[in-house]
Design a protein around this ligand. Structure first.
Ligand code: ADP
Ligand code: ZN
Ligand code: ZN
Length: 824
């Protein structure tokens, strides 16, 4: 094989512009991506070709000709690669397939996050993206004559074949098989601009078929059973059409019932072809709403922003941020531009996606890492075609290769799931979005009711502040009642629900209203310990206690590790002292659900956490059931905080705020304040006013006070000055080096060596550690870490950091987490 992988690609000087073609662009780094190989290789560009970043090339690889993407020119060859070993690029198959800035973006990510470019490419693009693409040749000059005496026989033959074909457009592979010397023949035709060469996005080999159910009657027939009536009702409510699988899930029914309806002629069920891009087929019609004065003002400011500019849209919960996004996007689409909307989690996506789809039918696509390769590929394909569209996705969607980008929106921009903790690149979608909107010269909107301190801190510099201080229809913010749980206990209430919350729950049903109960984290605090000797059941592979899981009344209780997923049965007796008094503590969602069932047997409960939403579309199903008033209470974890807009909710109960308030890192207060404010904001978003009951053992905590008074801005100002005093972000900057390995001594030793090395360099950072990670052992790997603290206004780009990996023994893995969110 004659292609060479450049050693440690990367490290270009910051600020290099990769897009401008120069005469000296002789050697190029090229991404080869086919089933057998995926990697970046160096090729030489012959003088008659002008290659630009983002072009699709045809290159020789071993004995094959493969498609490849031009990434960037490289000034010199690595010493290991003699010039006579470098092979030539054969042809530019399709110029400007990606915008050149796209590769500049990926390069920046690679540099900033100390990650090889190939690893960034894997995050950004679906695997094997060129493998199913085909080069085709199309005749563009119909009057081209084959009697031209200067034409070679090969050129003439090619022309004849093209002219004879019905579409005047043929696969290159076919032409090559028919014509001897086709390469040279084609070159002449291309030079005369008689034909063009292009890359056809492949059609999926097997179109995917799926059953859709369509309602055939206008009014609901009276002679069907109530159950059948219900199913027809759901169909009608959803615009008369649903995928069968969706209908079955929403109605919790079987396909035989649908078949019965079909036999009676009420519905039609048929196979339809679907692009695997996760789109529902129903579309309720939706038109732009008349904006409130605040919304109009915000929209005005946004539409005035042409070109790059960062905008913070700070709108209280229920203030109608989404409507502003929708109306900001509408004019772009008609100008032929596209928009990218990033959201924190899939759990939130169905609802938001539905709102976008209803407004812009057939122009909304979903893109996230949970899509199958096929789905990602299909979306990627439609993306690259450049028709105006909206991509909604989670953090990796920031890399969706949309051409003609007109706007990027990060909704709930404060959310920590925009940050990838591992593996590399440990990117933050907000940071990447800032680069991308600069490169594409388009505005970036950061929307939140609880903006991050990072964003808040930029208000003094380059960010425009837009505010929606009121809810739509001037609906009041829900009053927040703080309940001191210490006093509850003193006064003899041992329940996890305060008397106030109990009364409110009892009232819910009487008044036919809905409520939400929030528990911090999934079953995490529900460890099992022995009341006689204090023994705590721990994971044999990690340094954490096992969490108690009990799915329903008669299920066998078992214990599970949330780090490595190890599970075991709940022991009958204490493994240490044989006492039968093993008890579980804490209040996870399961425990709260069981307690609710005991106290209010007739309340209909939906549990919404990572256990119950594991299957595909489960989020959608659970939320739809709740939104259709098929349940009274939604019990859930953090997932509830993410932008749910459920009009029927009047009560929000925060079962215990304390787990959030006492986390031991410098971001704990910010996170607690944001989370509690967001949860509280789920109440009273409909016509009926809401209320919030917040239970805590530390009511005097300033965060609790800020939540009660709905005073987020003031909280942030105080918090910012504290961060500045301690030089924590967003004032200073952090890089966390995480080391892990199976040999504890080796991990510790290496950590110490790296720290010494870092210490010997003249560098602006302060070194904290090395120290064991908060949970030192996970899945039998030991973890140590070193924290680097940079003063404000210094770059975190340092040569010494890019050399660290070379100083680690092979058995130790090192992760460089730039701007870490989790310090543990
Ligand atoms: P946020 O995202 O700021 O929490 P949403 O965008 O979810 O708020 O809006 C809250 C609710 O108000 C939604 O149901 C939305 O449809 C509705 N809404 C938003 N703007 C308007 C408006 N101008 N007129 C009427 N209803 C609106
Ligand atoms: Zn014991
Ligand atoms: Zn474990």
């Amino acid at each position: 094989m004659n292609a060479f992988r450049p050693l440690g690609v990367v490290v270009a000087e910051p600020g290099t512009v990769y897009s401008s073609p120069r005469e000296s662009d002789r050697y190029w780094e090229v991404l080869v991506d086919c089933p057998e190989t995926q990697g970046i290789y160096i090729y030489q560009v012959p003088p008659h070709l002008k290659v630009q970043s983002g072009d699709i090339l045809s290159v020789p690889f071993g004995s094959q000709q493969l498609g490849a993407i031009a990434i960037r020119s490289t000034p010199s060859l690595p010493p290991s690669l003699p010039p006579d070993k470098v092979r030539n690029v054969e042809e530019i198959v399709s110029a400007g397939f990606f915008s050149p800035t796209y590769w500049e973006l990926l390069n920046r990510v690679a540099e900033y996050y100390y990650t090889p470019l190939m690893q960034v490419v894997r995050v950004a693009l679906p695997p094997g993206l060129l493998k199913r693409s085909q080069r085709r040749i199309r005749l563009i000059e119909p009057t081209a004559v084959t009697i031209d005496p200067f034409l070679s026989p090969a050129s003439r033959q090619l022309l004849e074949l093209l002219q004879a074909s019905k579409t005047q457009d043929l696969a290159w592979r076919y032409l090559k098989s028919k014509v001897k010397g086709a390469d040279w023949g084609l070159k002449a035709l291309l030079q005369r601009h008689w034909v063009e060469s292009y890359l056809e996005p492949p059609t999926p080999s097997r179109p995917k078929l799926q059953k859709a159910v369509t309602l055939l009657v206008d009014s609901l027939p009276a002679e069907v059973t109530p159950r059948q009536q219900e199913i027809l009702g759901v169909l009608r409510q959803r615009g008369g059409e649903l995928w069968l699988s969706e209908l079955l899930q929403i109605c919790q029914t079987s396909s035989s019932l649908i078949k019965a309806l079909e036999q009676k002629g009420y519905v039609l069920s048929e196979e339809r072809e679907v692009l695997r891009r996760n789109s529902g087929i129903w579309q309720a019609v939706d038109t732009p709403k008349t904006l409130t004065p605040d919304q109009s003002e915000a929209l005005n400011q946004i539409t005035q922003q042409t070109g790059y500019g960062q905008i913070l849209l700070h709108g209280v919960t229920g203030s109608g941020k989404t409507e502003v996004y929708l109306q900001a996007i509408a004019p772009l689409l008609s100008q032929g531009k596209s928009a990218l909307v990033l959201v924190p989690e899939i759990g939130l996506t169905p609802q938001l996606t539905d709102r976008f789809r209803a407004r812009f039918p057939n122009q909304v696509f979903v893109y996230h890492s949970a899509l199958s390769d096929g789905e990602r590929y299909d979306t990627w394909r439609s993306t690259i075609q450049g028709t105006p569209q909206i991509i909604i996705g989670t953090r990796s969607a920031i890399f969706a290769p949309l051409p003609k980008l007109g706007l990027i929106i990060l909704d709930e921009e404060h959310d920590s799931s925009f940050k990838q903790d591992q593996p590399s690149p440990t990117y933050h979608a907000r940071t990447v979005a800032q680069w991308r909107s600069q490169l594409e010269d388009c505005p970036l909107i950061l929307g939140s009711a609880t903006p991050s301190l990072e964003t808040w801190a930029t208000l003094q510099q380059n960010t425009r502040y837009l505010s929606l201080p009121q809810r739509v229809y001037a609906r009041p913010m829900p009053p927040v009642e703080i309940v001191d749980m210490r006093r509850e206990l003193q006064e003899g209430n041992r329940s996890i629900f305060s008397r106030s919350l109990q009364t409110a729950l009892a009232q819910l049903q009487a008044e036919n209203k809905q409520g939400i109960l929030f528990i911090h984290r999934r079953g995490h605090s529900t460890f099992v310990s022995c009341r006689s000797c204090g023994y705590v059941v721990e994971c044999p592979h990690c340094d954490v206690s096992l969490a108690y899981h009990h799915t329903h009344e008669r299920a066998t209780p078992h214990l599970r590790c949330h780090y490595c997923n190890y599970s075991q049965l709940h022991p009958q007796r204490c493994p240490q002292c044989d006492s039968p008094y093993l008890k579980h503590f804490g209040s996870g969602t399961q425990r709260v659900t069981q307690e609710l069932e005991k106290l209010y047997p007739s309340l209909r409960i939906v549990r919404f956490d990572s256990d119950t939403t594991r299957t595909k579309d489960a989020h959608r199903t659970l939320l739809t059931r709740f939104a259709n008033a098929e349940a009274d209470i939604l019990v859930g974890t953090q997932m509830l905080t993410k932008g749910l807009d459920l009009a029927g909710v009047t009560l929000v109960g925060i079962v215990s705020a304390d787990g959030l308030l006492h986390l031991s890192d410098y971001r704990a207060s910010e996170r607690a304040c944001a989370t509690l404010t967001q949860v509280a904001g789920r109440a009273g978003r409909g016509d009926d006013p809401g209320r919030v009951i917040l239970q805590t053992y530390t009511p005097e905590n300033p965060v609790v006070e800020a939540v009660r008074r709905h005073e987020y801005a003031r909280f942030v100002e105080t918090e910012l000055s504290q961060r500045a005093a301690l030089n924590y972000p967003p004032h200073g900057r952090l890089i966390l080096l995480r080391l892990s390995g199976v040999d504890l001594n080796l991990v510790e030793q290496t950590a110490q060596q790296l720290a010494n090395l870092l210490d010997s360099a003249t560098a602006p950072y302060e070194i904290l550690g090395p120290a064991p990670a908060t949970v030192m052992r996970v899945a039998n790997r030991y973890r140590w870490q070193i924290l680097l603290k940079f003063p404000s206004n210094t770059s975190t780009q340092m040569q010494i950091l890019s050399e660290l990996k070379a100083h680690c023994p092979p058995a130790i893995s090192l992760l460089i987490d730039v701007d870490p969110m989790q310090l543990g």
